[in-house]
Design a protein around this ligand. Sequence first.
Ligand code: NAD
Length: 568
Amino acid sequence: MSHFFKRQDDGTLRIEVAKRGKELLWDALLNKGTAFTEEERETFGLAGLLPAQVNTIDDQAERTYQAIIRKPEPLEQYIGLRALQDRNETLFYRLLIDHLEEFMPIVYTPTVGEAGFHFSQIFRRGRGIWITPEHRGRIKELLAGLGKPYVRLIVVTDNERILGLGDQGAGGMVIPIGKLALYAGCAGLHPSTTLPISIDVGTDNRHLLDDPQYVGYRQPRLRGEEYDALIDEFVQAVKECFPEVLLQWEDFKKVNAFDLLARYQDEILSFNDDIQGTAAVTTAGLVAACRVIGEKLSDQRIAILGGGAAGVGIAHQLRGAFEREGKSADEITRSIAVLDSRGLIHSGREGLDEHKKTFAWPHELATEHGLDPTEKIELEHMMGTMKPTMLIGTSGVPGTFTESALREMAKHVERPVVFPLSNPTAMSEAHAADVVEWTEGRALIATGSPFDPVKYDDRMIHVSQGNNVYIFPGVGLGALAARATKVTDSMFTAAAADLAEQVSPEDLEAGKLYPRLAEMRKITRSIGQAVARQVFEEGLAQADADTTIEDLIDELIWEPAYPTLVPV
Ligand code: NAD
């Protein structure tokens, strides 16, 4: 396996460097800015190219932090942080890790959504790889031309379903960049091993096609066989150029998301975070809620509003969890209901997608509940009949958790568990304050985007954030450390179980369903170990079985400190 760096005994990195002068300052992985020592300035031809002071990384981190937080708008802070990332990655990650809770909503949701929306206006410098239909026949050449055989982790999108914002064209690139920043920040994977990719097949977003400033591929989306062929060429090129890579599919529209996952999961180490990561983080939150209530997950009745990538992924993961807790197929069907824009998904509905059929309520079950399957069965109807104990929103449509539905739910359940997961904040199925009000302060709440705590009577009610960042970095870390040949659903189950266990009793007592974001490094390391253990248990590991799981994980973890540069 080739490496960009050598790890020294004290954990710091040693890198052989041919670059000098300005060229070195322009390489964000090597640049130290004002922290280049006098000796390094002489050795690498930097004399006179930097101001006189030699700073420590601590000095730089403090100075840069102040410069970022002085910016009043989140989008301005995003621009500032991205510029730092392109200038000096070590310092960027030092800042991100030191202020993870504060900067997570900037480098990722919700601000990343705004950045994607304004992408053409704020574009400064390219990062990662852009593949368009014009590159047909030479994708391998493009990837090989990067000269980075040490890449181990790719996040790729085709930009069609960016957060809850839909087709953002070239602007979707903010998502792979943001997710990989979180991989390096939370899991500690070195940024040289990561590569963000946008497959820019065009856009059907009229606003972008008509925008004279739009920087993306100005064509309607490539679809059908030509799209499939381009993706296939891409996957084959990735396999050849980066044989040990983990490929994370990100923000593809539902049908493509399911198809690509199914088509390639046995061919290349890969997973889809929108389907599998969301399912695992949601399951972990529900399991933590069960710890608060003192009941089993499989004893819950769960309604999911939204039958897309996220909703179906969650339903699938929950089925597995119920099965493992000994529930029969019939009990599971009765306990989980999925609704989409046409209401309850049931077997009497015409033209159901294949992936929805598994969760369809039998026609008779709906009738048994006094529901009329010839009409659209709304959430409100389900509340009075199925009486769900848990409600999850992945519809991408604001206001779909209505007051009447939630008040009805709260009539039947002591502690309703309510997860309006749609992103960004404006797309949330309900505002957290409304959920609190309509359930008289009894709900256990997790949302997709961050919400402030809500005051009810004289109590402050915490709103947890079911952020996928709790899961995907740990799954990636574990799969890479164990050198897995495949990522399985059981690995996500292992990740979810480990995450739910990491919520402290005091936090549970306060209604918090996820551990603290500030502890992400520790959380991710633990999940990484749980996943790696699962990889070995399933016989899918290629890593040396004589090395302990802890060592396999720790070999991949990087602390952002400047490397020792050695001239060649
Ligand atoms: P998707 O487009 O694949 O699915 C959306 C689904 O919602 C579809 O089944 C659609 O029929 C249904 N829907 C649309 N309008 C509806 C309505 N009025 N009532 C009921 N259902 C309706 O999208 P997705 O990938 O499943 O993501 C959905 C949302 O979940 C997005 O907003 C996304 O940001 C959010 N999400 C959150 C997390 C998280 O918080 N961890 C993770 C992933 C996705």
